[in-house]
Design a protein around this ligand. Structure first.
Ligand SMILES: [Zn+2]
Length: 144
């Protein structure tokens, strides 16, 4: 069995074994791919969310879902490399990710935002919908 907190590095059997033990909580890192000036890589927001998620996951012994590398970034489209996804698509995507994981037994979700205020609105829309429709517990952690 691998010793990773990242869902994408586990096999389904490892997830099943861990779930039988205690895994009910999962962390979801949400970031962006956008310009961050001449000194930082395009993935900075996602890397921040991943680092916070990894640190918390190791301390709490819970898994982390694969990061969402895209956010809503129309204000950065002037610089090359930025990818922007419409917020309604992101809200739907986040809901589907939460819904999929909920079908596998996860019922507590910690959403970590690495993309400051721009991601918050669609994360809240997806989170509120998921709480209402799926009956899960969900919190959003925003370091900004
Ligand atoms: Zn950002």
């Amino acid at each position: 069995m691998t010793d990773t907190i990242w869902l994408q590095e586990m096999t389904w059997e490892e997830i099943k074994i861990k779930k039988d033990e205690s895994f009910k909580t999962i962390i979801l890192p949400f970031g962006s791919t956008e310009q961050h000036g001449p000194h930082l890589p395009l993935g900075t927001d996602t890397m921040v969310a991943m680092t916070l998620a990894e640190d918390a996951a190791i301390k709490a012994n819970v898994p982390v879902a694969p990061p969402l590398w895209f956010g809503w970034s129309p204000h950065h489209m002037i610089l090359p490399g930025t990818i922007t996804i419409r917020p309604e698509i992101l809200a739907e995507m986040a809901f589907d990710i939460i819904s999929s994981l909920h079908q596998h037994g996860f019922d507590k979700f910690v959403l970590i935002n690495g993309h400051r205020i721009v991601n918050i609105a669609w994360m809240q829309i997806a989170g509120e919908r998921a709480k209402r429709e799926l009956g899960i517990k969900l919190v959003i952690f925003d370091p900004a």
